[in-house]
Design a protein around this ligand. Structure first.
Ligand SMILES: Cc1cc2nc3c(=O)[nH]c(=O)nc-3n(C[C@H](O)[C@H](O)[C@H](O)COP(=O)(O)O)c2cc1C
Length: 382
């Protein structure tokens, strides 16, 4: 953690006030935590709850020209902060959103972004109707079911660009190949990218009932939440390094520190879906508050400063001679919990119980893998 920034000594009060406000393509937000498309924002009433919970902008559930027929069950929890789903897009007809759901969402006072899908002709039809409501600040289009070919993806972006004047966000899925390459090809047609949609397909089985957890024909679904965060971070970095327009990070964000990681990967703002489903809409505000606390504790005054720090991150071995560096245990912080000992495959760490218990490091056995530093819950190993 210490190498992420300029951590202020614990006993020193913060002298900085972090400003979390962000502006992208004319949309101003009090902080960078948005609601992502999903059942957390499935209609206007849910959108209002998301705004009350602290979301600074609302990306509504994806609609298409035909309402989806979603197989049930369509969601299952698969561990802490993780879900699988086969929810497709909205089961509500587009007409409902156009007639009242976007207006209700807009009454929250925060920016509203419609999400539409999927084929070029569907985007060309829906885009202008969404724009005509006057209740929407931007349009996100999902490429989740568009097809994998470059041409199909480009045709979708071109069709929507030709049909609307509102800012457009292309939402990328992790299975689309080299996302940097895809984003570069799409950039002339869009104002921003959101990365990523859920990961998969995946398959999960209920061993007690002897059937898949999800009701889709083949039991397949999509994984979201905590486990996908490292994939999403890699995708965001890949896209942000190739395009000039803003990138929106989404995937596995549960707390403020997660969101900070996305800023360092190159995101301007983040979106949250699974954590809001499992923990409730107040999670948006909690994440924003934790971001502010982290920034103040580390001496950052703006979101842009955190992003800039990400651009200058040292990658690779950064000139450090790891061969000469064995782990050092801070006796004050160490609680002798033994987690580092258990996970040390070369058996270089031992819990010595003679006299005062302590962790002993055998520098000859240590292979400098770095695992112990990240396993220790107390930050006792450097
Ligand atoms: C149940 C469920 C439904 C979703 N529906 C949509 C959708 O309609 N449109 C869309 O673009 N993304 C949809 N997503 C994807 C999320 O917006 C988000 O990109 C993904 O879940 C990763 O973020 P998370 O880990 O915070 O959930 C859905 C996700 C879940 C879990």
């Amino acid at each position: 953690m210490g190498d992420l920034g300029r951590r202020r000594p614990r006993d020193q009060p913060s002298t900085t006030m972090a400003n979390l406000a962000v502006e992208l393509f004319g949309i101003r937000c009090a902080h960078p935590v948005w609601a992502a498309a999903g059942p957390n924002v499935l209609d206007g009433a849910h959108a209002l709850r998301a705004a009350q919970g602290g979301a600074s902008a609302l990306v509504m559930k994806t609609i298409s020209t035909e309402a989806a027929r979603v197989p049930k069950p369509c969601m299952a929890r698969v561990g802490a902060d993780a879900l699988v789903n086969c929810e497709l897009w909205s089961e509500l007809a587009a007409e409902e959103y156009l007639a009242k759901e976007y207006a209700l969402a807009k009454s929250s006072g925060v920016p509203v972004i419609a999400s539409i899908g999927y084929r070029p002709e569907e985007l060309a039809e829906l885009g202008p109707r969404v724009e005509a409501t006057g209740c929407v600040d931007a349009i996100e289009f999902s490429l989740h079911y568009t097809g994998r070919g470059h041409e199909e993806v480009l045709a979708a972006a071109r069709a929507l660009r030709a049909a609307v004047r509102l800012p457009i966000i292309a939402k990328l899925s992790p299975g689309m190949g080299d996302l940097g390459e895809v984003a570069e090809a799409l950039e002339p047609y869009v104002d921003a990218f959101a990365a990523i949609n859920s990961v998969g397909p995946v398959w999960v089985v209920d061993t007690e009932r002897g059937r898949p957890l999800l009701g889709s024909e083949d039991g397949r679904g999509w994984l979201s939440g905590r486990p996908i965060k490292p994939i999403a971070l890699r995708c965001v970095r890949e896209v942000a390094s190739r395009v000039k327009v803003p990138v929106i990070g989404v995937g596995g964000i549960v707390c403020g520190q997660d969101a900070i990681e996305f800023l360092m990967a190159g995101a301007w703002v983040v979106q949250v879906c699974t954590a809001a489903i499992l923990r409730g809409p107040q999670v948006y505000g909690a994440i924003a508050r934790e971001m502010a606390e982290w920034m103040e504790a580390h001496g950052y005054t703006s979101v842009e400063e955190v992003r800039a720090r990400g651009r200058s991150l040292v990658c690779g071995m950064g000139g450090v001679d790891y061969a000469g560096q064995a782990p050092q245990v801070d006796e004050e912080r160490c609680t002798r919990c033994g987690l580092c000992v258990t996970s040390c495959c070369p058996r270089a760490l031992t819990l010595k119980n003679e006299g005062r218990a302590r962790i002993e490091v055998d520098t000859a056995l240590c292979v400098r893998c770095g695992l112990c530093r990240t396993v220790c819950p107390h930050g006792a190993i450097t």
